[in-house]
Design a protein around this ligand. Structure first.
Ligand SMILES: [Zn+2]
Ligand SMILES: [Zn+2]
Length: 467
């Protein structure tokens, strides 16, 4: 990871090679925890004059400042009670209870456990959606916190620990706090805010598809009222607490799964000539697949990744088996490249197998599409980011992780942002998202809540920079 000099806070670039959204990982390292709350510099402070807040923005900030302890308490409750994807029963109940306390009418049971509420402003105007995801991961928490998760769940038939190892507890709490602030100024809002609390971002078994954002969109969360733009954010480890990352255009990859069954012919390990060895054939396929990215994809256009993550075959040293199975992931940022890489995987598998007299069955399962931030919307909202996190806004590189926020952003213009949650002195050694040692510095959360509330209020106000 490296970082260029920051010539301009808005244009500063940042390396994010280690982000592992949607990728299970477990980095080594011993976290040191120094929970603390920072007070955010007032937007009225000296030096912030060009980005001064409107009275509306000031009222939102005042409400958020007053509810900061609630935000932290909500997050801790959610952290201690995580639920796996499509199992977010108590989480949804908690969210619905908080929204009802705010006086909001809501829909529950959307896309199984999703909760959707609408804040109707006092004046007419556009409709903004704010999205948070609520699910946790089959990870046993190793972080020593007073509110550490000891929850268990069932994943792929096994009993597992459950942990908010991707920070969706923080997302949910921040959106609740933003909602509370927006409700407090609803009379002044010109338009509506749709609050989307979605389940199952981390993925579900095949027989539960569609799910998460895809199903939320299918069940009409962007339709009534008709949403004009959607905002979301993701916390991540390895970036300093409170830093806000943005990128225009494609930012997170499409993530597709492939599975290749190589069918050879079983024989005794001492007589390979009397069979067709699927292990050798599958090995050649693994090698040949490497040429897709290294030799055939135009990497000056967009990056791409082809990874074989599973290679299974055989039971004994002297039996050549019938079959070998390869399973992998494809990451792309462009529809044409995505199609091209899929075709190449299929063709390489078929032809390498044919060269050896073996057969293949290739399955390509499309996963989350590319998450692309709308260029005009991104440009329009940059002053909001700078006002919320003055001097701490950076342009990020593309990230080869994936997010189902893509389903919203492919229907309406969207902007998906990143929030650093690692204390600055731990950035180099932070355990990544999905690690059992993933740690959220809670002092970043008020910034995230402010970001969501101000994105909505500024968009509705039609002016993102000045009163
Ligand atoms: Zn995740
Ligand atoms: Zn996540």
């Amino acid at each position: 990871m490296h970082r260029r000099p920051l010539h301009s806070p808005l244009r500063a670039r940042l390396g994010l090679a280690c982000l592992a959204l949607a990728l299970a990982c477990a980095c080594a390292g011993t976290p040191v925890f120094t929970p603390r709350l920072v007070s955010h510099s007032s937007p009225h402070a000296a030096g912030a004059a060009p980005l001064a807040a409107s009275p509306l923005a000031a009222a939102i900030d005042a409400r958020l400042a007053a509810s900061e302890s609630k935000l932290i308490a909500w997050r801790r409750h959610l952290h201690q009670h995580p639920e796996l994807s499509n199992r977010e029963v108590e989480t949804a109940r908690f969210v619905a209870d908080r929204l009802r306390e705010m006086g909001l009418e809501l829909r529950t049971g959307v896309a199984r456990h999703g909760v959707v509420a609408v804040i109707r402003g006092g004046k007419p105007g556009p409709v903004v959606a704010l999205r948070a995801d609520m699910d946790a991961l089959p990870v046993t928490e190793e972080v020593d916190l007073p509110f550490k998760s000891t929850a268990q769940g069932t994943y792929e038939g096994r009993t597992v620990g459950v942990m908010h190892a991707c920070g969706h507890d923080a997302h949910t709490a921040m959106l609740l706090a933003a909602a509370d602030a927006l409700v407090s100024v609803r009379a002044e809002l010109s338009g509506s805010v749709v609050l989307i609390f979605q389940p199952a971002e981390e993925g579900v078994p095949r027989d539960e598809h569609p799910a998460g954002a895809e199903l939320m969109v299918k069940e009409g969360v962007l339709d009534d009222p008709r949403v004009d733009v959607v905002f979301g954010l993701h916390v991540f480890a390895g970036r300093p607490t409170g830093q806000v990352g943005w990128r225009s255009g494609p930012v997170l990859a499409a993530a597709d799964k492939f599975e290749i069954q190589v069918i050879g012919h079983q024989t005794h390990g001492s007589k390979p000539w009397s069979g067709i060895d699927p292990i050798v054939v599958a090995s050649e396929i693994v090698g040949a697949l490497q040429t897709i990215v290294s030799r055939t994809v135009d990497l000056t256009n967009e990056p791409a990744v082809v990874t074989v993550g599973q290679f299974e075959s055989g039971v004994r040293n002297n039996i050549i088996p019938d079959r070998a199975r390869l399973v992998g992931t494809i990451r792309t940022f462009d529809a044409a490249m995505r199609e091209d890489v899929h075709a190449r995987v299929q063709r390489i598998a078929e032809n390498v197998a044919a060269a050896h007299g073996a057969r293949v069955e290739v399955k390509l399962e499309p996963g989350y599409p590319v998450t692309a931030n709308d260029a005009a919307l991104t440009e329009r909202m940059l002053p909001t980011l700078e006002r919320v996190a003055p001097g701490d806004v950076v342009e990020v590189r593309k990230i080869t992780g994936a997010e189902d926020f893509a389903y919203y952003a492919s229907r309406v213009p969207g902007l998906f942002l990143f929030l650093g949650v690692t204390p600055p002195d731990r950035v180099a050694t932070a355990d990544s998202n999905h690690s059992p040692r993933f740690y959220v510095d809670e002092s970043a959360l008020p910034t995230g809540a402010r970001l969501l509330a101000h994105l909505a209020a500024d968009y509705l106000a039609g002016d993102t920079s000045l009163p």
